[in-house]
Design a binder for this molecule. Structure first.
Ligand code: ADP
Ligand code: MG
Length: 333
């Protein structure tokens, strides 16, 4: 696109800005930024895994977020998609829409993003920069052995349902910002970290190749994302509410808040996956290899049973999900 006109009061034009903050040297890519295309070389026998996620100010993040955390999160949510497919991250591109070209904002943004990139051995190889309302769109590229990607479509009745980490803290933090929950001192700091600095489960995703039958990363809330797996796999599921892993600070909240954050949360960036019951030990071994805790939270059932949430395993009194919107603690508050 044509350059120029983006800098207001700063001696930072489009190309200075890219050169200064978003043109790290590359070792792994055949060619990084600076030409019309970057060039990557997937290893022999590997398929390319590609995913894009955009973050828009006011919708996906609050203006109060530290730029360093924003840079981290923009890349983290994309890496989470590669994790869900069991892919190994290779490179990413960054499309930036900026109201102003300010080094005080861009330097920490780039630092947060590139630190996470470094941690995962992934390189920034290009992008696009334009003036406008603040938004960041990242495309990640990864590789996965041909035919081994984890998909949403592989779950079968009888499979066990698992989740990594804990659920609901990011939503709890959002409610803390909104003032609908009471979060004493340290709790707010901790859950705010979950919201602003999620750690994508990249190692777990790769460790689950050949073990999990289906997987998805949790970005829009457990029930909503589980429904995607059920639809793509043509199955139903039973979830156990009391088995859902939660932090001590969420566990200290009233039951209705816990339920809303766990089931409807959003922004968890944990992996939800299924595996045959016979693979239970292999799941635990994969989790140990990845250094990521996993918890069994239910079972896959025939499609006719739909999605059921039980207070605990073995209960015969499922929650009434038809009233789900009705008992949204926050919307009705
Ligand atoms: P073109 O007009 O050919 O699309 P641009 O002028 O938009 O190229 O960008 C010039 C170079 O800078 C390209 O190699 C592009 O990939 C890179 N680039 C542009 N914006 C960014 C960004 N936000 N982060 C990283 N690289 C970028
Ligand atoms: Mg361009």
């Amino acid at each position: 696109m044509p350059g120029g006109g983006h800098n207001r009061g700063m001696a930072l034009g489009e190309f200075d800005l890219i050169e200064t903050f978003f043109r790290p040297p590359v070792r792994r890519a055949v060619l990084g930024g600076g030409d019309d295309c970057a060039l990557l070389q997937p290893a022999a026998g590997m398929q390319l895994a590609v995913s894009t996620d955009m973050l828009v100010e006011g919708r996906h993040f609050l203006s109060t977020v530290a730029p360093e955390h924003l840079g981290h999160k923009a890349l983290a949510v994309n890496l989470s998609d590669l994790a869900a497919c069991g892919a190994e991250p290779m490179a990413f591109t960054l499309a930036l829409c900026l109201p102003r070209a300010e080094a005080a904002f861009l330097a920490p943004l780039a630092r947060g993003m590139l630190a996470l990139a470094e941690q995962h051995g992934i390189e920034l190889v290009g992008g696009d920069t334009t003036a406008g309302p603040l938004a960041l769109s990242i495309t990640v590229l990864g590789q996965v052995p041909a035919g081994q990607a984890l998909l949403r479509s592989g779950a079968s009745p009888g499979d066990e349902l698992w989740v990594s980490g804990t659920l609901g803290d990011a939503r709890l933090a959002l409610e803390g910002f909104r003032g609908t929950v009471c979060l004493p001192g340290d709790a707010f700091t901790q859950v705010r970290r979950a919201m602003e600095c999620p750690e994508p489960r990249v190692a777990l995703g790769q460790a689950l190749r050949g073990v999990a039958s289906a997987a998805i990363d949790l970005s829009d809330g457990l029930l909503g994302d589980l429904r995607h797996v059920l639809a793509r796999s043509g199955v139903g599921a039973t979830l156990w509410l009391d088995a859902l892993p939660r932090s001590a600070w969420l566990a200290a909240q009233p039951a209705a808040v816990q339920q809303q954050c766990l089931l409807g949360g959003g922004d968890d960036y944990e992996l939800l996956f299924t595996a045959p019951a016979a693979a239970s030990a292999a799941v635990q071994a994969a989790a140990a290899r990845a250094g990521t805790p996993v918890t069994r939270i239910g079972a896959i059932t025939p499609a006719a049973q739909g999605l059921q949430v039980l207070p605990q395993a073995g209960s015969d009194a499922p929650l009434d999900l038809s009233g789900w919107a009705g008992f949204d603690h926050f919307r009705s508050a």
